[in-house]
Design a protein around this ligand. Structure first.
Ligand SMILES: CC(C)(COP(=O)(O)OP(=O)(O)OC[C@H]1O[C@@H](n2cnc3c(N)ncnc32)[C@H](O)[C@@H]1OP(=O)(O)O)[C@@H](O)C(=O)NCCC(=O)NCCS
Length: 168
């Protein structure tokens, strides 16, 4: 990565920036500002983290707790995107690897731990490779034609990001 990137929680007043990235990254999904606003309002069930480079938000990741607030948390990486001009420089990798430990630390404060991470994506999306290498996620099922194409359901049980980062 050529310039330093900071990964931090979304701050108040930054929803529009994330909505702008959502709009560019997911052209089939509508009403980006409403979508991101609703999700941000669902904190702490939904947590956004942003990637900031030279003072500009260039990417985001959205973590969602599944099936109630449990001690053994199943977390979904529900969505992530990086601005087209900032792709291919490790920002998605940094978003996952640096935000998940932050979520884990927050969950520890209520006595909870991450049991597993699930993520779904189109089978033709390069993101599958990113989820495998950052989280150790494996494709457990493919649902034909779920959204706009075949969708891979990926799971990583007990992801250990500290160890994975140390291995790199
Ligand atoms: C998927 C996406 C978030 C990746 O962001 P990114 O910042 O470019 O990804 P990174 O640079 O961190 O790349 C991570 C890894 O994937 C690989 N990779 C990224 N884009 C790639 C591409 N187009 N082709 C092949 N490999 C690619 C990188 O080589 C890297 O591998 P490495 O860490 O082993 O070297 C970005 O392309 C995007 O926003 N796409 C549109 C939205 C989307 O599809 N989101 C995912 C589904 S929710």
């Amino acid at each position: 990565m050529s310039q330093a990137v900071e990964i931090r929680p979304l701050a108040a007043g930054e929803v529009e920036h994330v909505a702008g990235i959502h709009q560019v990254a997911f052209p089939r999904q509508q009403n980006s500002l409403l979508w991101v606003s609703c999700n941000a309002a669902a904190y702490p069930r939904i947590r956004y983290f942003v990637a900031v480079q030279v003072g500009k938000i260039v990417g985001y990741v959205q973590w969602t707790e599944k099936s109630g607030f449990r001690e053994e948390v199943v977390l979904e990486l529900e969505q992530m995107a990086v601005l087209p001009e900032n792709r291919g420089r490790g920002i998605a990798r940094a978003l996952i690897e640096q935000s998940l430990p932050q979520v884990a630390r927050e969950l520890e404060k209520r006595g909870a731990r991450i049991k597993g991470v699930m993520v779904t994506t189109r089978t033709d999306n390069v993101a599958q490779r990113i989820y495998a290498s950052t989280l150790g996620a494996e494709t457990k099922a493919v649902i034909p034609d779920l959204y706009s194409a075949d969708e891979a359901i990926m799971i990583a049980l007990s992801p250990d990001l500290g160890r994975r980062q140390g291995e790199r």
